[in-house]
Structures are given as C-alpha cells and as structure tokens.
Design a binder for this molecule. Structure first.
Ligand SMILES: [Zn+2]
Length: 292
C-alpha cells in the first residue's frame, strides 16, 4: 500500500509533470471507485491542475477554476488502498474507456493528448476517489490524526498514549497518526528497537522519544530518496531500502539475526528478535493454530 513517502513522491511527480495543464476529459471506468456525485466528474473539464499534495495517505489533486474565475478550486482526493497506483501516458488512446473492465479505475485526459490513469490491481476494489470543494468533505480525511511527519514529540506521544494499544496497530491507525502503513511502521519499530506488540501506554519517555526520532528519521530518508523519482520506479525504490519489512528469513543488517514474521489474516509484520524483542520470537497465531 502506498504510504506517506510514496504519496508525497507521487504528489511531487504530479506537480512536476502536469501542474498548469488543462483537463480535457475525465473517464470513470470503475463506477464504484468514485464516491461522490456532486460536483460531477464533468465539472473538471476545462480546469487546470494547479497543485498536488497529500493528506496522510490520500493524494490531493487540486484543480483550479476555469477563467474567468468565478468558482473555487475542486479537489480530486484519491485513496490508493492496497493495490492502487498512478500511471502517466504521453499519449492516451483516443477510444473512451470501457467501464468495468481491467485495472483502470479513472482516466484523466489532458488537453495535449496525454494524461494519467488511476489503476487498481487484483479483485479487491478499494481504490476510492472523491471530487469535493473542500478536502475535509472526505470522511477519511476529516478523521485523520496529526501527520506523522509534521508533528512534534509532544503531539506524537499524546496521540500514541491516547489509547492503550499495541504500538504497531497504533502507529498505523490513521485516526491516531496519519500516513504510516504496514511497511514503514515495520522499519520504524526496528529502528526504535521496539517490539511491534509493546503497549503504547507502557512505553517510557525515553522509548517514546526513540520511537519519535525513528519515525522522523525513517520518513525523512524515505521521502528524500523517493521524491524526484517517477511514479513508475517508486515501488521498486521503496522495496530496495527496506531493512526488515518483507525480508523474512534474511539476516538483519544491524545484528545478523534472522528476520522473523507474524502473520495475520490478510497481512504480516516483520521484525528482528535480537534488535526488538530481547531475542525472543513473537507468537505467530496463524502458525500456532496450524501446529495445534
Ligand atoms: Zn537485528
């Protein structure tokens, strides 16, 4: 799933490529992906893309009013979910998209014949696009906690201690802190030398400060590495920098111990026992169920 650094990089890439260009037409191939109906997608026709940014893991494409400016900006806010992505095309085929077929959810045609597609691989269709006048009209955006990269230590600590929960779950809860997902939280917890199952309200101030520093350092490094990359190469660049995430069975680059994982119904986390859990492997519920 694209997380804060990838969405930041996608927004930067969008700004560099299409800022100032005019939208000729929006085609919606996956009707279920568009969560709003007023204003309609046709309201984007003739508008220029003026900016791109993000709210947590939501991508915000800002579309200015056509001249003479009588109207405010419109925001196309997109949550890419687990398998969503953005693809540029210098030249789009002239034939309109056929609804309901293939991975393309939404196509934005620009007035020079190029444009970009919002796509989603796989059978689970969770990509969500919202066309709104104010990003706060998107329910998921309105509920976001403070941005993980833009909050100070006091805010960070207060949010994580707002509930007694496992630190892995709290870090990735978008209402606690916005922007982190499964991959970068694995990396942050390894860097902070914390068990993913540590309880947030039991962390010492020293551990909390280490977690905050690890979060800021990990996000700063990831963002610096990814911003400036093109959308097409972001995914492999993200993977190449990982220390523990998706590296089960490989040696930890810090201590050489074997990286382990805990599996859940539809995800898994990776960690280093020596660096994070005092050398003790964590119970893997799925594995213990199989062995019973
Ligand atoms: Zn280690």
């Amino acid at each position: 799933m694209p997380e804060l650094p990838e969405v930041e990089a996608l927004a930067a890439d969008l700004r560099a490529r299409v800022a100032g260009r005019t939208i000729a037409r929006v085609e919606v191939a996956a009707i279920s992906a568009l969560k709003t109906f007023d204003p309609p997608p046709t309201a984007l026709h003739g508008r220029a893309i003026t900016d791109a940014g993000r709210f947590g893991k939501f991508l915000d494409i800002v579309c200015g009013a056509p001249e003479p400016a009588a109207d405010g900006d419109l925001h196309l806010v997109v949550h890419l979910a687990r398998a969503g992505w953005l693809h540029y095309r210098d030249a789009l085929p002239a034939t309109p998209l056929k609804p309901g077929k293939g991975p393309i959810a939404l196509r934005i045609r620009l007035d020079d014949g190029g444009g970009f597609d919002l796509t989603e691989q796989g059978t689970q269709k969770r990509l969500a696009a919202y066309l709104v006048r104010d990003p706060a009209q998107v329910p998921g955006v309105a509920k976001l906690g403070p941005d993980a990269q833009r909050c100070d230590l006091a805010t960070f600590a207060a949010r994580l201690r707002s509930r007694s929960g496992q630190v892995k779950g709290m870090l990735t809860d978008q209402e606690v802190l916005a922007g982190l997902g499964n991959a970068w939280s694995d990396e942050i917890l390894h860097r902070a030398k914390l068990s993913p199952f540590a309880i947030t309200t039991r962390l010492t101030d020293e551990q909390m400060a280490a977690l905050y520093e690890a979060t800021q350092a990990t996000l700063a490094e990831a963002t610096a590495k990814l911003v400036g990359q093109q959308a097409a190469s972001l995914k492999s660049e993200k993977r190449s920098g990982m220390v523990v995430h998706n590296r089960t069975g490989l040696p930890c680059p810090v201590c050489g111990d074997t990286i382990r994982e805990v599996s859940f119904a539809d995800s898994s986390l990776q960690y280093c026992p020596t660096c994070q859990t005092g050398g003790k492997p964590l119970a893997d519920r799925r594995l213990s169920k199989l062995l019973r």
